[in-house]
Write a protein that binds this ligand. Structure first.
Ligand code: GLU
Length: 424
């Protein structure tokens, strides 16, 4: 059931509607903790801010900014900040809730939070982007902090933006507070391995899942939607493992090559032109045909709501690895289940990013930094262990990996909730 909150418009297919449907599916497996389930259907705290900046041409423009702390039950808020023209409070609420589930699923000592600005960053100069970031950081400064809520990169944000956020927060508190954000440049308290961590987690969980369904990764055909930070790192690792990247879609185009794309040439093209569109050594497809491409593994690594029932009906893959947050609608999930297509859900599949964010935060507090090998080994171990626990839960209850991940995570969140009790 779609929980009604007076301050947002929710539909069954909107991000918060999707999240609520996912929670409803897990309630039967929560036993006595189900008493606390309503807690998951309400973000603890949502902050909406106005961000006025002076543009390069002297005009003043205002942007909408958000930071939502869905849950602080298991620790500080944690989750990225997204810059996108379609950002809404409702979307940020869902993204923050998925962070609560994800952080609990891999057992990080965090709640869940997310932020966003409704802006197309491609239309801003570097100076305007910096002003936007700094003013946003100042505005949400009343609720973030190394022990309160720790932002990180997400769609269209990166280590430079994290450096500006860290600097702005630090200027306001009068001390360098590296632990206030993660995903920083390595020379500013960032962690080795953070940039590729989300894609690495997709690869590691993908290989585990492939093994379990008897799908060989060498020679497997992989289709990737979104060649940003997550999609590109995952594609590189799959290609290194001998898989063929047969199709890629992004906001500039859809390209395919049945024998496999030359990924390093493609990534060079993307760096030079900003997208996959116009890449010569591939066939250009119309966007909807992406979902018909012959492949074994599909990696949606872009935005929410992509796998609708009709697309889920058409895809050829045996395995879907959700690099993006919220790419599958609940009605799409049902189709995939009927078709016996395995989905490794976002809330475990893309948890590698926040896991290395956690390592970064720990390293910042101890001012002692680990090698990239140490980071990757610890990351792989956490991801494999978390997925195996989820898999056992799914087998025990005969439920999907998504519902099993929610079961593991909600059990952790709600037992913490019950033990803490209600104040006052
Ligand atoms: N934005 C990433 C995510 O959706 C990472 C968040 C973080 O590192 O805090 O999981």
């Amino acid at each position: 059931m779609v929980a009604s909150l007076s301050y947002v418009h929710v539909t069954p297919d909107s991000p918060w509607g999707t999240y609520i449907a996912q929670v409803d599916r897990v309630i039967p497996y929560l036993g006595a903790l189900g008493r606390w389930a309503e807690t998951l259907k309400r973000p603890k705290r949502s902050l909406i801010v106005d961000i006025p900046i002076e543009m390069d041409d002297g005009s003043i423009r205002h942007f909408e900014g958000f930071r939502v702390q869905h849950s602080l039950t298991r620790g500080p808020g944690k989750g990225g900040v997204r810059y996108h023209p379609d950002v809404t409070l409702e979307e940020v609420m869902a993204l923050s809730a998925w962070m609560s589930i994800k952080n609990a699923a891999v057992n990080l000592p965090y709640g869940g939070a997310k932020g966003g600005i409704r802006v197309d960053p491609r239309q801003l100069s570097l100076k305007e982007l910096e002003k936007l970031t700094r003013r946003y950081t100042s505005e949400i400064g009343i609720i973030i902090g190394p022990h309160q809520d720790i932002p990180a990169p997400d769609v269209n944000t990166n280590s430079q933006i994290m450096a500006w956020m860290m600097d702005t927060y630090s200027m306001n508190v009068g001390a360098t507070a590296t632990g206030v954000v993660t995903g920083k440049p390595v020379h500013l308290g960032g962690s080795l391995g953070r940039v590729k961590a989300t894609g690495r987690g997709v690869f590691v969980t993908g290989c585990e899942a492939a093994k379990r369904i008897g799908l060989a990764v060498p020679g497997a055909r992989v289709a990737v939607q979104g060649l940003g930070n997550v999609g590109s790192a995952a594609a590189e690792l799959f290609a290194q493992a001998g898989a063929h990247i047969v199709a890629v879609q992004d906001h500039t185009g859809t390209i395919a090559r049945a024998s496999g794309l030359d990924l390093s040439a493609l990534l060079a093209h993307v760096r030079a032109t900003g997208g996959v569109g116009g890449f010569k050594e591939a066939e250009a497809l119309d966007p909807e045909s992406f979902w018909d491409v012959a492949c074994d593994i599909l990696i949606p690594a872009a935005l929410e709501g992509q796998l609708t029932p009709s697309r889920a009906q058409r895809i050829k893959a045996r395995l879907v690895l959700e690099g993006a947050n919220g790419p599958t609608l609940p009605s799409g999930d049902d189709v995939l289940k009927d078709r016996n297509i395995l989905v490794v859900p976002d809330v475990i599949c893309n948890a590698g990013g926040v896991t290395v964010s956690y390592f970064e935060w720990v390293q910042d507090f101890s001012s002692f930094f680990w090698t990239e090998d140490e980071i990757n080994q610890r990351l792989d171990k956490i991801m494999v262990h978390a997925l195996s626990h989820i898999w056992d839960t799914a087998d025990r209850h005969r439920i999907s990996l998504r519902t099993a991940t929610f079961a593991v995570a909600c059990e952790r969140i709600l037992s913490a909730r019950a033990d803490r009790g209600l104040y006052p």
